[in-house]
Design a binder for this molecule. Structure first.
Ligand code: AMP
Length: 278
């Protein structure tokens, strides 16, 4: 596995002119969810490049950025074990030579709901870094997890709006046996919070296997009460949305496919998850 630490080195290698290249962007503190993206990329490309970069412009909360886990040595061992070909670990000044500013992209309604409304500037930061990576790396395909479903929709729109020559591939959410979606943030959970956090998936799968007699808003209110009843737990949003536009629905008939999306704080740790209901 080759470790590329600077933009100059990356440019000199001009990887995509030599192989069909799959790209997996990450912020490190890798887990099985990230490795599933690497494996998916390996099946569909000749070589795979994974980036590890904790992108400052997508954090709207400075303490979240500060507390974000960083474990480069362990990450490199995992990537080597997974047979990844290239790892790109740039610095912030490599990625933002003109300073830490996001490009003022516009994604319409997609960036206004859910994560967009609770994390101002988040998606502009995500789009800025992903666009910069695409320009530098020129991958044939890029792999993103459905775990961050709204981000996936934003990236797909970025590629269409900017006419980028990369195919975006969505990979399913990897979960622990308890149903908890794997996340770098899980390691900040206490034992009690980890138990509480299992209720995210339980809530979504209960709705998924229900007969949809209750209206979305009724369920939403019940679930807010449910999470508020837990010690030191604070639900931020629980939404039932059209799986394409991400617009909230009032009735189950309002969309062909509905996704349930939620963000809940367990103490200081904010977790998101989502599930396709039908
Ligand atoms: P992150 O390092 O959290 O920015 O995530 C990097 C990529 O891994 C993103 O495309 C995420 O959606 C994806 N990812 C994170 N957790 C999971 C998971 N549990 N299952 C599948 N993909 C994931």
């Amino acid at each position: 596995m080759r470790i590329i630490t600077s933009v100059e080195e990356l440019k000199a290698l001009r990887l995509s002119s030599k192989y069909r290249l799959g790209f997996v962007p990450t912020m490190g503190a890798l887990h099985e969810g990230h490795l599933s993206l690497i494996r998916c990329a390996q099946r569909e490309n000749e070589k795979v490049l994974c980036s590890i970069f904790v992108n400052p412009t997508q954090f709207n909360n400075p303490s979240d950025l500060e507390n974000y886990p960083r474990k480069l040595e362990e990450d490199l061992v995992m990537l080597e074990g997974a047979g990844c070909d290239f790892v790109f670990t740039p610095t912030a000044s490599d990625m933002y030579p003109k300073g830490l500013h996001s490009v003022d992209y516009h994604f319409g309604e997609l960036e206004k709901v859910m994560e967009g409304s609770f994390r101002p500037g988040h998606f502009k930061g995500v789009a800025t870094i992903v666009h910069r990576f695409f320009d530098l790396i020129q991958p044939h395909k890029a792999y993103f997890g459905e775990k961050d479903f709204q981000q996936l929709q934003i990236i797909k729109k970025l590629v269409v709006d900017k006419h980028l020559a990369v195919e975006v591939v969505a990979c399913p959410t990897q979960r622990e046996p308890s149903g908890l979606a794997m996340s770098s943030r899980n390691e900040r959970l206490t034992k009690e919070q980890r138990m509480q956090a299992q209720s995210l998936y339980l809530a979504m799968s209960d709705v998924q296997s229900s007969n949809f007699i209750k209206k979305p808003q009724e369920l939403q209110e019940e679930l807010f009460m449910h999470f508020r009843g837990m010690n030191n737990v604070r639900p931020e949003y629980i939404e039932f949305v059209d799986a394409e536009s991400l617009k909230s629905i009032e009735n189950w008939e309002d969309a062909e496919h509905v996704r349930m999306c939620m963000a809940v704080f367990f103490g200081e740790v904010r977790l998101i998850d989502n599930l396709l209901l039908f």
